[in-house]
Design a protein around this ligand. Structure first.
Ligand code: PMP
Length: 404
């Protein structure tokens, strides 16, 4: 059982008042708040070991390199990657997806197919569209049903020998649906297709086991799992990372440079051109340690309770409709109130200290499916409480009275 008060004390921002009211932070899907250990780890790096890595013989450079590589090892353990060099530091999920999509430009031929799901964030749609434009491949979309669940019978039918890569999120940011990724990975592999999993919304809630999943790529951002912005991970199977060409050229990623020809460094450096986000990489390790110290079983239990309580309390409000009612869901509730624009509710409840996201959540195709401009999204983290949900429900009721 989590001691919520003790956990909340780890997050200095949660004691703040916003617009004169205690902050209720329900925009965890956009980014999580940061515990003091993570904030301290950032200062500690700059105060004690700041230096460029992998190149200096001097002590600070070695200390920084060791800390950075130690963190890579922590993340390898966390996601159960077979090799440390399969764990690449990136600036975030978006960068990781673009890196892979760019690499597939050297593999795809006209007539090949890329399968994306209808539940994707724009960052897992647009890079694949750009790839298809470049290569003459075709983008195919796995449809969903009214509950916001991907339709597996349709997925099975879309797969063929033409399918070269399937790309799907582990958990949907807009609706909270947990997708049947293990089934999808195994099925895609029957056709020889690679599978990329966008884990941006999964890593705050689950510990992914990339070997058990057998996915070819798994990408995520540090800032959604208590880490800093500007750092993320691309896990790729060694064979795939060796097959894909480098994404960016520059320092760090080379073996030898002459004007005639450059040879590339071994993994992971082949994909890590330039001075990386050293502090971010090191601090992501601290964030992973923090989340493991809370424990993912505890995190899931707390969040499931919040999801159930939040769903039940919100449905008390007349005219409120929840989008995304999948059988397996994480702690995200996307909803609208009949006759009221989501933006208006979001703006009023912000004045009451409640932070939610309103809009299309970078998932316009999902909004188009439901024929709505957007939703109000409350996304809960393990440090949220039922009392905060009560405060949100009261604030929404007040906003509704004002707007009707
Ligand atoms: N995919 C999903 C499912 C997301 O929720 C997000 C962030 N909202 C992204 C990708 C993009 O992540 P980032 O902006 O950190 O690159």
């Amino acid at each position: 059982m989590l001691d919520i008060n003790k956990i909340r004390a780890d997050f200095p921002i949660l004691t703040q008042k916003v617009n004169g009211k205690p902050l209720v932070y329900f925009d965890n899907g956009a980014t999580s708040q940061k515990p003091q250990v993570v904030i301290d780890a950032i200062s500690k790096y700059y105060q004690e070991i700041n230096a460029n890595i992998h190149r200096g013989v001097h002590t600070l450079s070695q200390l920084a390199t060791d800390a950075y590589e130690l963190s890579r090892g922590k993340i390898q353990d966390h996601i159960n990657a077979e090799f440390t060099h399969e764990v690449l530091f990136t600036s975030g999920t978006t960068f990781g997806i673009n890196l892979v999509a760019n690499g597939f430009a050297s593999i795809l031929k006209p007539g090949d197919e890329v399968l994306v799901s209808s539940l994707e964030h724009h960052s897992n749609i647009v890079p694949w569209q750009m790839l298809c434009e470049k290569t003459g491949a075709t983008l195919k979309v796995i449809p969903m049903n009214d509950n916001g669940e991907l339709i597996m019978e349709a997925f099975d039918k879309l797969l063929s020998d033409k399918t070269k890569i399937v790309t799907v999120n582990h958990i949907s940011n807009a609706l909270g649906t947990v997708n049947p990724i293990k089934y999808m990975i195994d099925k895609a592999h029957e056709f020889g297709a690679a599978v990329l999993i966008d884990g941006a919304q999964a890593v705050p809630h689950v510990k992914p086991d990339v070997q058990a999943l057998d996915c070819d790529f798994y990408v995520f951002s540090g800032h959604k799992m208590c880490g800093p912005t500007g750092i993320g991970i691309l896990y790729g199977k060694e064979a795939w990372l060796n097959k894909l060409p480098p994404y960016q050229g520059g320092g760090e990623m080379i073996k030898e440079v002459t004007f005639e020809k450059t040879t590339y460094a071994e993994l992971p450096h082949k994909f890590e051109a330039g001075t990386p986000n050293i502090a971010g990489g090191i601090v992501l390790g601290a964030a992973v340690d923090y989340m493991n110290s809370i424990g993912f079983e505890n995190i899931q239990k707390q969040e499931l309770e919040l999801l159930e309580y939040g769903t039940q309390r919100l449905l008390e409000i007349e005219g409120l409709k929840i989008y995304g009612t999948a059988a397996t869901k994480t702690s995200v509730i996307s909803f609208n109130i009949e006759g009221i624009h989501p933006y208006d509710i979001g703006t009023i409840i912000d004045k009451l200290g409640i932070a939610v996201r309103t809009g299309h959540h970078c998932a316009q195709p999902i909004m188009n499916y439901f024929k709505i401009p957007g939703t109000i999204r409350a996304s809960f983290s393990f440090y949220n409480t039922k009392e905060e949900i009560d405060a949100m429900v009261e604030a929404i009721k007040r906003a509704k009275t004002m707007l009707s």
